[in-house]
Design a protein around this ligand. Structure first.
Ligand SMILES: NC(=O)c1ccc[n+]([C@@H]2O[C@H](COP(=O)([O-])OP(=O)(O)OC[C@H]3O[C@@H](n4cnc5c(N)ncnc54)[C@H](O)[C@@H]3O)[C@@H](O)[C@H]2O)c1
Ligand SMILES: O=c1ccn([C@@H]2O[C@H](COP(=O)(O)OP(=O)(O)O[C@H]3O[C@H](CO)[C@@H](O)[C@H](O)[C@H]3O)[C@@H](O)[C@H]2O)c(=O)[nH]1
Length: 432
């Protein structure tokens, strides 16, 4: 099948490379020349484990990249995977999606038939009420006749995007009764399903439902972590180990073990943006989503709880404090909405001299905080520090041991339960 993907970011690049690897002829379109050039050269346009092999193996053959939308009419199906960033009030800015839809429509003018599928995360109604008319108007096509419109949300995580795409828990296909749109999506995903040795549930639904499934999925997971944090904070007050508690409740199949790790909270480019967007969307309709708002406020206060544990042991004003981990989670250099940001801000407000270390994300954090010190290793960050806070659960922090001896005062406040409580350090776990 000939497939085009508009947007070569975290989602678009991996989706395009995976579809090409599955045997489709894929053209990836982006306005960013560097990203296009990278793919054309057989290099991934961004850091994502496994993407390098897929791009290298398929570029120049089944995977092409271009800034020219004229490549699109030669394909049967186009996925729109451009960004949907937050406005100041948390709602999503749909201007990029709208612009891309218009450019796509202009390119499709004169085409006999085409299917357009939204992959970006968008509020219910965006596909049917904004994207479909934008493409149809610019193309001079008619939705449901020669233009088939669908919504296919993406559930991959950064750091495991390729594996998540190729072995998903579910595939959600939204189309408002348009048989051709469902058929095009099935044709795109059939090779993926055939390559697996187990069945993948396919949910056929409407575009509004598909859009909401994506937000509900992220909101549920974010709220699950916030509930684990709320319970964890109570555990801490009573001297109870929250991890023993959540390990046990996770055995109940109605609860499930994943996303119960309490600590300094959730960050990244998706949970904060998507929970804010669905809250703003609810409020726009006059509904106050109290539980989701509470999930956000619990998340917002975890970094301050971490620092208040440090305050119990040391007045950090004028003292050197090590921040271990800057990425929003291990396995990525992404610092967007990382809990390290409020943690560093809180330390600076207290007058601490911050020395930060992350195995891959220091470069990105330097743009946010150019004025703090970045160490080359965890050991260098800890040397002479009067306290350390652990913000990201990088596995290498679990191996730290003698390095704590070089601290001026070995106080370790762990926001991710990665360092073990031991003799010789004053250890505080955030919820244990
Ligand atoms: N990052 C994730 O892990 C993830 C996972 C699931 C869903 N999503 C959602 O997918 C969407 C894309 O996210 P992302 O992280 O890949 O974004 P991104 O910012 O990494 O990539 C978007 C790309 O679209 C390109 N673009 C912008 N306007 C364009 C246009 N008119 N024509 C062609 N290309 C254009 C940009 O140059 C950029 O390369 C968002 O809605 C996001 O919420 C993201
Ligand atoms: O038990 C847990 C699990 C996660 N987190 C934190 O939650 C955040 C998000 O983690 P994760 O979901 O692994 O990363 P993302 O790459 O942001 O992926 C989420 O957001 C994507 C974009 O929408 C979705 O596609 C994915 O399904 C969804 O998991 C990170 O800060 C984690 O540290 C915890 O604090 N405790």
């Amino acid at each position: 099948m000939d497939v085009s993907v508009i947007g070569c970011g975290y989602v678009g690049a991996s989706v395009a490379a995976c579809f090409a690897d599955l045997g489709h002829d894929v053209v990836a379109v982006d306005v960013d020349e560097e990203r296009v050039e990278a793919i054309e050269d057989g290099r991934p346009p961004l850091h994502e484990p496994g993407l390098d092999e897929l791009v290298a193996a398929n570029a120049g053959e089944r995977l092409r990249a271009t800034t020219d939308y004229d490549a699109v009419p030669d394909t049967d199906l186009t996925f729109l995977a451009v960004q949907t960033p937050s406005n100041d009030d948390g709602s999503i800015d749909t201007s990029v999606v709208e612009a891309a839809a218009g450019m796509l429509g202009e390119a499709l003018a004169g085409t006999d038939e085409h299917a357009v599928v939204v992959k970006s995360t968008v509020i219910p109604g965006t596909t049917a009420d904004l994207v479909a008319p934008a493409v149809a108007d610019a193309a001079g096509m008619t939705v449901g006749e020669d233009l088939h419109v669908g919504m296919n949300p993406e559930f991959q995580r950064e750091g495991s995007a390729v594996g998540d795409f190729l072995d998903p828990d579910k595939i959600v296909l939204g189309a408002d009764g348009d048989v051709e749109a469902y058929a095009a999506l099935h044709e795109a995903y059939d090779p993926l399903r055939e390559a697996l040795d187990h069945e993948v549930p396919v949910v056929e639904t409407g575009t509004r439902e598909a859009e909401m499934i994506k937000y509900a999925n992220n909101a549920f997971l974010a709220a699950k972590v916030s509930l684990a944090n709320d319970l964890g904070n109570v555990c801490k007050e009573y001297g109870v180990d929250a991890y023993e508690v959540t390990d046990a409740i996770g055995l109940d199949h109605r609860i499930g073990a994943p996303f119960l790790r309490s600590g300094v909270g959730w960050g990244g480019s998706c949970f904060p943006k998507d929970v804010a967007a669905i809250i703003a969307a609810a409020r726009a309709k006059g509904y106050e989503p109290e539980l989701l708002a509470a999930a956000v406020s619990i998340n917002d206060r975890q970094p301050e709880r971490l620092l208040s544990l440090l305050d119990r042991h040391v007045d950090v004003a004028g003292e050197r404090v090590a921040v271990l981990g800057l990425a929003f989670k291990p396995g990525t250099d992404d610092v967007r909405n990382s809990r390290a940001v409020p943690t560093v801000e809180g330390l600076r407000e207290r007058g601490a001299e911050v020395v930060a270390y992350d195995p891959v994300a220091a470069g990105n954090m330097r743009e946010r905080f150019p004025g703090i010190e970045y160490a080359e290793s965890a050991a260098a960050a800890l040397e002479g520090a009067s306290g350390a806070v652990v913000v990201t659960d990088w596995p290498e922090f679990a191996d730290l041991d003698g390095e704590f001896d070089a601290m001026a005062d070995p106080i370790v406040v762990d926001g991710r339960r990665v360092v073990e409580r031991r003799e010789g350090i004053t250890y505080e776990g955030l919820t244990w």
